[in-house]
Ligand binder design. Structure first.
Ligand SMILES: [Zn+2]
Length: 296
């Protein structure tokens, strides 16, 4: 190969290298652009809220609640309304959640009711005969407050036994006993029954003697098990959505502490916090005696 030919070859190789580098550079730019467009598409998530479409920008990769920029419609909802005659106004077109509390009343139920009142929200309480018979808490004051606020008062039986294992007579006693205890303080019995452990809701004998709609739950916070304020908050904030009935226990201090955080968080997300009866009415569901309900 002559010297000139060698020079020519070097120039050709150099040209090839320059062109390849330029091609790679262009490819990187195009790929980067595509990835950016995809990311934008993904981060726009359309959330359907009861027929009305609310668009909110949300970073899908990051689940922390602070990343969502809610629309005006959502943030404007900081408290609920009542009419002049104290009847609460529930908007059936907006999402709602029913917080429910079992096994009470307890030491901090009154405090919990005051929290509900502060935010003008309501909840449902499924109470046990053993708790309603306690002398170390102000049962009368608690029940009157519950009734005055318009919270649902539910029956969780006299001594928390699995109803299908009992005789018809005993089931009757378990239910009627609680109704009598509530009636003694507020002049009327419970609206609903929540059989302990949700046991026997399909049992013919149980549904015959319960003689009230059986309100179960769709979100179980397991607050009794985790014994944690943080975990209870996490469970509700992650799992509860429109139409859900959330199960908690007002006999636990960590639950009362959690609810104080949960209420403003759910309100900020645009939820109405309603009783089970308010939710059934708003969702157009007529509750029947002896039938189980899990969500609306
Ligand atoms: Zn229970």
């Amino acid at each position: 190969m002559t010297r000139n030919e060698k020079k020519q070859r070097r120039i050709r190789q150099l040209k090839i290298r320059v062109i390849s580098t330029l091609l790679i550079f262009c490819l990187v730019i195009v790929a980067g652009g595509c990835a950016l467009i995809e990311k934008n598409k993904e981060s726009k998530k359309v959330v359907r809220v009861n027929g009305g479409v609310v668009e909110k920008t949300k970073n899908v990769a990051d689940n922390s609640e602070n990343t969502s920029t809610e629309t005006k419609e959502e943030t404007s909802k900081t408290e609920e309304k009542t009419t002049k005659d104290n009847k609460r106004v529930i908007d059936p077109n907006k999402p709602m959640i029913a917080l429910t509390f079992d096994d009470g009343p307890g030491e901090r139920t009154l405090e919990l009711l005051e929290t509900l009142e502060k935010y003008n929200v309501r909840a449902s309480f499924f109470m046990c005969g053993t708790s309603l018979s306690r002398n170390d808490i102000k049962v009368e004051e608690i029940l009157k407050k519950m009734d005055e606020l318009g919270c649902d008062m539910g029956n969780h039986t006299m001594d928390h036994q699995s109803l299908p294992t009992l005789s018809s007579q005993k089931i009757k006693w378990e239910v009627e006993g609680v109704n009598d205890l509530i009636k003694k303080h507020v002049g009327h019995g419970a609206k609903f029954v929540r059989p302990p452990y949700g046991a026997g809701i399909r049992d013919k004998k149980v549904s015959k003697y319960v003689k009230a709609p059986m309100v179960c739950w769709s979100v179980d916070t397991l607050d009794w098990k985790t014994k944690s304020k943080k975990e209870t908050i996490r469970s509700v904030m992650n799992d509860a959505h429109d139409g859900d009935i959330v199960l908690m226990h007002d006999i636990h201090g960590w639950t009362v502490d959690a609810v104080k955080k949960i209420i403003p968080k759910l309100l900020k997300k645009g939820y109405q916090l309603v009783t089970v009866s308010e939710m059934a009415e708003a969702k157009g569901c007529k509750l029947e005696n002896g039938k189980p309900y899990f969500e609306f």
